[in-house]
Ligand binder design. Structure first.
Ligand code: ADP
Length: 160
């Protein structure tokens, strides 16, 4: 059984993330989308909000599960018998860091493979930071985020 994990901050989930989730869920048996809970990293959305947005956006994929982790990814991977780590690649700039992480993770646990999913060219410019930047100035983000979470994101920035 191929059990994969797609880790990230998802602050918030974008259509780029969802595209990776959708394509990965079609090729593995089970996919855990795991939100990194890092108290040192400042996020706009709380861990509960990020989990809720992921749950709403992925409800149609029966083999996708939403969870969170803190500490080392490789420890979570071992505890949950995961054999594949999924990373999304948008540009060469993503590659250097992700390449290093993949090698470190292989050193820590040689049984786990990191697989890179190349972005859909439609979303190659898209990141959570871009969504936050546009939303904070009242710009239109409809094409950038899953429809199930649009209102939640807009509300957050209205209240901010
Ligand atoms: P970001 O703020 O860059 O979206 P995340 O930590 O939430 O950061 O990203 C989680 C993972 O999703 C990373 O592997 C990242 O490379 C990937 N990713 C993010 N946006 C996209 C996109 N538009 N296309 C492909 N992969 C993406």
């Amino acid at each position: 059984m191929e059990k994969a994990i797609y880790p990230g901050s998802f602050d918030p989930i974008t259509k780029g993330h969802l595209d990776i989730i959708s394509r990965t869920s079609a090729i593995v048996d089970h996919l855990i989308v795991a939100v990194l809970k890092n108290p040192r990293k400042q996020t706009v959305f709380t861990i509960e909000e990020r989990l809720e947005m992921l749950r709403r956006s992925t409800a149609r994929y029966p083999n996708v599960e939403i969870d969170f982790f803190s500490g080392l990814l490789i420890d979570y991977v071992k505890k949950n018998n995961i054999n594949i780590i999924i990373k999304g690649l948008r540009a060469i700039s993503d590659f250097e860091f992700e390449f290093q992480m993949a090698l470190v993770n292989r050193k820590l646990n040689p049984a786990v493979e990191t697989l890179f999913m190349v972005t859909n060219s439609k979303y190659s410019y898209l990141s959570s930071s871009i969504v936050k930047e546009i939303a904070s100035f009242g710009g239109e983000i409809k094409d950038l985020v899953p429809p199930e979470v649009y209102d939640l994101i807009i509300q957050k920035f209205r209240c901010a």
